[in-house]
Design a protein around this ligand. Structure first.
Ligand code: FEO
Length: 410
């Protein structure tokens, strides 16, 4: 991989990470992820915006790419840390050892994190929101972007070119190869990155959707010609598309999301499973797309992406020791953390000698502001009447979602 010019003297320095590890130690990345840094060379000073973790040789890749541009690590005057999460800072200590004079610029909230993560206190300077840094012909300006994705996060804007270096904001999973800019992507590649953006957003950013909306509002006065995130492709032809995509994804927290239903289920001995066909057929009978996930077989990362895009969620699980079946409890815990709020829903499932799952499910759905239909609960195996009721409720839920979406349009 080689450096890519965004504008004269502004380059993307990037490494692709493969599918071997989990992102943040939790999220699968079957299509990998890219870590992007950006070099901005002014007449007088040189800045590197965001760094990488030394992950699958990423640090060597960055050093090599800088070298091809004739820049040694020692020649970086400023390291701009938009965000402290170690995927963008993990190599900081080693870089600082190679270049002790380099100034690290970050927000006030990031300063103690630089020390806490890397023991660095020397030449670390907090920049204020709106502050500018003149590199000579290139003018960087910093804007707070709290909680996209940590409280200390900021974005950096280069005024002469209108490039916004947005770090996690407007990013996606998925390796980036020859097609680096949005206008170089085929239709298929656009679809690929739309899916990778959805799952990245749901997994990493969704909890902070209110902050995404605020940041988009607060940056709207900037004349942005290009969005250069630290994961994923660069938006130069149509930066408005990724902004609109993020706006739409953020709006899913309040609902409605898409007119789609996620059926997520888990079964001990096949009795809860015996209802899945009836439920999914009910949704399909209303002409609504349905995403089906069995847990724990499916990773919660993919369940969360489906749930984030769906206005309806149907949860299938038996009672287990008077409570929700643990694999489903684990999924619902992640949906709660990720703020999958305001959905239409119901639960179906079997119980043996005693119920109990529904009581716990009701507490969860109340806290998440889910509007629920009655459960379809049965002792032992489901009867034909149970299956008919599940079909009918699923169809009703799907129809409600269509009406909900329609009401928002009008
Ligand atoms: Fe890509 Fe929140 O780090």
């Amino acid at each position: 991989m080689n450096p890519v010019a965004l504008a004269p003297d502004i380059y993307r320095i990037s490494a692709n990470i493969g599918s071997r590890d989990l992102f943040e130690g939790i999220w699968p990345i079957p299509n990998g992820v890219s870590l992007n840094s950006y070099l901005v060379k002014g007449r007088d000073k040189t800045a590197l915006i965001d760094l990488v973790k030394d992950w699958e040789g990423a640090a060597d890749t960055v050093s090599r790419q800088l070298k091809t541009l004739g820049i040694g690590i020692q020649e970086i005057d400023y390291l701009i840390l938009n965000h402290m999460e170690p995927d963008h800072t993990g190599w900081l200590q080693q870089m600082k050892q190679q270049n002790p004079r380099m100034q690290i610029l970050c927000t006030k909230k990031a300063v103690p994190l630089v020390e806490a993560f890397y023991g660095i206190t020397d030449s670390v300077r907090a920049v204020a929101g709106g502050e500018q840094l003149d590199l000579g012909g290139k003018q960087l300006q910093f804007f707070d972007a709290p909680n996209i994705h940590w409280p200390e996060t900021m974005v950096t804007y280069e005024a002469s070119t209108g490039i916004l270096f947005s770090c996690d904001a407007f990013g996606s999973f998925g390796q980036v190869h020859e097609a680096v800019f949005d206008d170089q992507l085929s239709e298929l590649e656009h679809k690929f990155f739309e899916e990778e953006t959805l799952r990245y957003y749901a997994n990493i950013v969704s909890s902070f959707s209110r902050f995404v909306e605020r940041a988009i509002d607060s940056l709207s006065s900037l004349n942005i010609s290009m969005i250069a995130p630290s994961h994923g492709v660069i938006w130069r032809k149509n930066p408005g598309k990724i902004v609109a995509d993020y706006q739409r994804l953020a709006s899913y927290m309040q609902g409605p999301a898409e007119a789609e239903v996620t059926v997520v289920w888990s079964s001990m001995y096949g009795n809860t499973e015996a209802m899945v066909d009836a439920v999914t057929s009910g949704v399909e009978a209303a002409g609504v797309p349905v995403h089906i996930h069995r847990v724990p077989q499916d990773h919660v990362s993919f369940v969360l992406a489906s749930a984030w895009r769906s206005s309806g969620i149907i949860a299938g699980m038996p009672t287990y020791e008077y409570k929700m079946f643990p694999p489903m409890y684990a999924v619902l815990d992640v949906l709660e953390r990720s703020r999958v709020m305001n959905r239409r829903a119901f639960r179906f499932g079997s119980y043996g000698w005693s119920g109990g799952a529904q009581k716990q499910f009701d507490e969860f759905t109340a806290s998440m502001k889910w509007k629920c239909q009655d459960p379809v609960e049965f002792q032992g195996a489901p009867s034909k009447e149970d299956r008919d009721r599940a079909f009918s409720q699923a169809r009703t839920l799907a129809e409600e979602i269509l009406a909900w979406k329609e009401s928002v349009k009008s």
